[in-house]
Design a protein around this ligand. Sequence first.
Ligand code: COA
Length: 366
Amino acid sequence: MPSPTHGTAAERTAVLEGLAGVVPPRAVSNDDLPAAWDTDDAWVRRRTGIRVRHWVAPGVSTGDLALEAARRALAVAAAAPVRPLGAATTAPVDAVVVATSTPDRPMPAMAPQLAHRLGLGPVAAWDVAAACSGFVYALAGAAGAIGAGIANRVLIVAAEVYSTLIAPDDRGAGVVFADGAGAVVLRRGEQGEPGSVLGFDLGSDGAGHELIEVPGGGALARSAPDRYTPADLHFKMRGRDVFQEAVTHMTLSAQLLLKNVGWSVHDIDRFVAHQANARILNAVAERIPVPSDRQVANIDRVGNTGAASIPLALADAAEHGRLHAGQRVLLTSFGAGLTWGSAALLWPDLAPVPSVHSTDGPPRSR
Ligand code: COA
């Protein structure tokens, strides 16, 4: 690990200083979906709000998307108008966290290889598996590491290649899930400065693990292969139940966090929920309640990208001028596990964030 951290607890607040997102270049409109699904644009828009999503080309993996998002976020952090307290560290970051439920391999974790591909040296590196809540969980862990004096600056990358988990005959999950990556950099800073992360609410309910899962591909299937089929390597989702649980837990988690950080609903300048389904987002916003002009949504253009969805939505909003320094931002997420989590932060003074829809797309360089 690089030099130990110094400073008071107030100077060890985690502050956001870099942000970027990336989606693969292949755009799949509702009309492009497999004919065998017998679905149509009107149905998908009405039930999910999705118009188009992006799926990787063969051979492109979670690690490729993660690498591109990480490079872009580090560039934004390097151009940050406010110089960080942690600038004396020996590396651009001293820890890397990857949030994903579609790792390139069951073992090892993805973060060490990502750190290596970025040339970051022997930094701490670990993965977080909390499905669509992965970004908020990773953010909480990284903020905790900064607060505890374990790290000065942490790169967090959330990346998914969910298209590889869609069963060929599953139009329910098929229309919803998509690929993408988002990354942020957190640095040690001072309480109350723009970018400060103010608090978290995290929760889980393992009793609901079967509502959305990939049953095969793990140790259970390897130790009892006769109980599993190749179909178990794909999403199994009880869509309606997931829908209801998502609305319940995102609403309660957001409300609990508001209370804990002392914000009223009127204090929320921007509300960014996990982009699961437009109807879920609207139902949660209505219940909290948050007016629609404060909501951030890009699901119509990217679908449900799991852990990547919140940083992708943030990058999209930043690119389109919907986020300004000092704004009070509330994030909330829900995912398989079941897991859920919310975060409250003050928006930072960021350098311009590049478009998530680049024309060149991510590299295929492994
Ligand atoms: N196109 C056309 N019809 C479809 C369809 C599709 N893509 N998917 C399902 N249907 C049909 C079903 O066959 C069913 O028909 P039937 O009534 O004749 O049997 C009907 O639509 C209703 O099916 P249901 O699965 O109950 O639909 P739904 O309204 O719940 O929508 C989802 C399905 C997947 C879009 C919706 O449940 C959803 O978005 N759930 C949450 C998913 C999610 O966010 N997961 C991740 C959380 S992190």
